[in-house]
Design a protein around this ligand. Structure first.
Ligand code: TPP
Length: 618
């Protein structure tokens, strides 16, 4: 990284300021963009490696398209930092991912240059196709571009959209940003196929060499070349093993160097002339321009703040383990106890804590690519065949697989265990990534049991119990550090602090601790408050149901939307009772990015707020 500052970038206040810049200036801009991205992400945390990889691609897109009129849809949207900086948001870029600041993902409400909100993978081609058709309906001559990574291309929706786009046969530009990585190395047949396509650079070179030789001979050499080009498709097939995209109705351009702005602009210009869908295959390097990220792109895919000079990450937590870490240890223990335990991940091996299990049991881990729906049905099949699959996935991404949970797992009452990390508020990744719906959508599924561990002591016990049950079980836990429980490990369904309470506090997962502290606090003020330890949040336990009519007030606390959540399940159960119910949680899932602790406080999910809610209600 140079220390050249961002003198040229400071003159770019909107897309129009890029007009007329020459190749040299664009190269300088690329350097300065990287400089600024590294500086800000090192302070605020964020998606570093993917952003560093698309700097030239972003500059080329901004040079060739009118980003205020044409529509660019960025898949996942985690790689849009350069796009944001170039579209009038440079001065606010230091506020990236901070409360009230720029989002880490595209947001239509943030800028007209953000064509479509993204966050979850594999939506870009579908959305771009919709935008293109909408433009066609009103005879608008704009171009529509989808930028999708090789990781996101492993998701089924991308292929559904390719199928549809080819059927429509209208102009649509898909840019495949191939860096050979999902978060970690990309897996599967599509990744292997893209690898084959990369060798077409070799093919093109070979073709040019043959042409030079044959044309150089003159006479029969010329006619041989004409004869050979008639069969060029066969030659291509022979060398690259089949052009899937062309067969599916797309024009395939590439592979090209995704760090060469002249090469990129030339191919974009070519793509704009075409009358049907086109896929541009560009090769980039994740982490380009910052050595630590280039060497370990998976470690800097999404990074906490770090020291720029060394790359050393600045972690919080004061030595407490994360819930992810507890999962990692617990699944390894259970893996040792039974060879039937297998793990399934949708391209999130390290993020979900399956790294250690992978190393211990390499034959019992399945990375299915970014394919949550397939992951769930695959696990259902494995469970039907006698295995004990554990699907480890972030709560927000499990939303992709609702029908698979219902149709393939729950209706057949198959013993699939879902480990839903990042349940509740995730913090800086914001709205698209909060796991605020799982209690509501899981609770509707037949046969489903939901556990919410509260801290260090009960996590291993609950995972073990989940595997023992002969039904679908979900464990949901937050992106947070796990505390020691103040009273050690209580037995399931116990009343603590006061055994004959007038006020009953019930917190989901770690919020049990806040409720426990609130009950002690209330007791000091002379209020008889008990706290219910209920790691099984669904179905509601009989002992809890039996207690409800005997108290004056019940207060629930959950890191979930209130609609359909835990408190709502108590409201359903208490509809014929006179006991009052106060539910603390999130009124809606429209929660912008901010630190997790701030958002929990705002929703009333702290000890003080719980105490205040009780006082107010009494
Ligand atoms: C449905 C869904 N599952 C998982 C993720 C988590 N995730 C974010 S980026 C990413 C990898 C994307 O790889 P690729 O598309 O190749 O983009 P790159 O980061 O390599 O540029 C994953 C798995 C997600 N955003 N959406």
């Amino acid at each position: 990284m140079s220390k050249g500052g961002i003198a040229l970038l400071e003159r770019i206040n909107g897309p129009e300021d890029l007009l007329g810049l020459g190749a040299k200036e664009l190269d300088v801009l690329a350097q300065e963009l990287r400089e600024l991205i590294i500086t800000v992400v090192s302070k605020n945390g964020g998606h570093l490696a993917s952003n560093l990889g698309v700097v030239e691609l972003t500059l080329a897109l901004h040079s060739e398209f009118d980003v205020e009129q044409d529509r660019i849809v960025w898949d996942v949207g985690h790689q849009t930092y350069a796009h944001k900086i170039l579209t009038g948001r440079r001065e606010r870029f230091a506020s990236l991912r901070q409360e009230g600041g720029l989002s880490g993902f595209p947001k239509r409400e943030e800028s007209h240059c953000d064509a479509f909100n993204t966050g979850h993978a594999t939506t870009s081609i579908s959305a771009a196709l919709g935008l293109a058709e909408a433009a066609r309906h009103c005879a608008s001559p704009i171009h529509v571009v989808a930028v999708i990574g090789d990781g996101a291309l492993t998701g089924g929706m991308a292929w559904e959209a390719i199928n549809h786009a080819a059927h429509l046969g209208k102009p649509l530009i898909v840019i495949l940003n191939d860096n050979e990585m999902s978060i970690a190395s990309n897996v599967g047949a599509i990744a292997r196929y893209l690898n084959t396509l990369r060798t077409t650079r070799l093919y093109r070179q070979t073709k040019q060499d043959v042409q030079v030789v044959l044309k150089g001979i003159g006479g029969w050499g010329d006619s041989m070349w004409r004869w050979a080009t008639r069969f060029k498709d066969s030659v291509k097939y022979l060398l690259v093993g089949g052009m899937v995209f062309e067969e599916l109705g797309f024009t395939y351009l590439g592979p090209i160097d995704g760090h060469s702005i002249p090469e990129l602009t030339a191919v974009l210009r070519q793509a704009k002339q075409l009358t049907g869908p086109v896929l541009i295959h560009c090769l980039t390097e994740k982490g380009k321009g910052y050595l630590p990220a280039l060497k370990q792109p998976d470690q800097y895919h999404s990074a906490p703040p770090f020291m720029v000079e060394t790359g050393e990450k600045i972690e919080g937590g004061g030595g407490l383990p994360t819930f992810t870490h507890l999962f990692s240890e617990a699944i390894c223990t259970l893996g040792r106890q039974s060879s039937n335990v297998v793990a399934v991940t949708a391209a999130m091996r390290e993020g979900t804590g399956l790294g250690a299990f992978t190393r211990a049991f390499p034959g019992r881990i399945y990375d299915v690519g970014i394919a949550e729906a397939h992951a769930v049905t695959f696990a259902a099949g494995a469970a039907a065949g006698g295995l004990r699959p554990i699907v480890a996935v972030y709560s927000t991404f499990m939303q992709r697989a609702y029908d698979q949970l219902l149709h393939d797992v729950c209706l057949q009452n198959l013993p699939v265990v879902l480990c839903l990390d990042r349940a509740g508020i995730v913090g800086e990744d914001g709205e698209t990534h909060h796991g605020l719906y799982d209690l509501s959508f899981l609770r509707t599924l037949p046969h489903m049991t939901i556990f919410a561990p509260s801290g260090q002591e009960d996590f291993p016990r609950l995972l073990e119990e989940a595997l023992r049950l002969e039904c679908p079980v979900a464990l949901r836990y937050p992106r947070d550090y796990a505390r020691e429980l103040p009273m050690g490990l209580p037995v399931h369904g116990t009343l603590l602090v006061d055994e004959q309470p007038e006020v009953l506090l019930v917190g989901v997962g770690p919020l049990f601790v806040e409720c426990y502290q609130a009950a002690i606090n209330l007791k000091r003020q002379g209020i008889r408050a008990g706290v219910w330890y209920c790691p099984q949040v669904w179905p509601l336990e009989d002992a809890l149901l039996a207690l409800l009519p005997h108290v004056k007030l019940v207060v629930t606390a959950e890191d979930n939307v209130l609609v359909g959540g835990f408190g709502a399940s108590l409201a359903e159960a208490m509809s014929a009772q006179r006991t009052r119910l106060v539910r603390l949680g999130f009124d809606s899932g429209l929660i912008q990015h901010a630190p997790r602790s701030v958002l929990l406080r705002r929703a009333g999910l702290t000890t003080e707020n719980i105490v205040a809610a009780v006082m107010h209600a009494l």
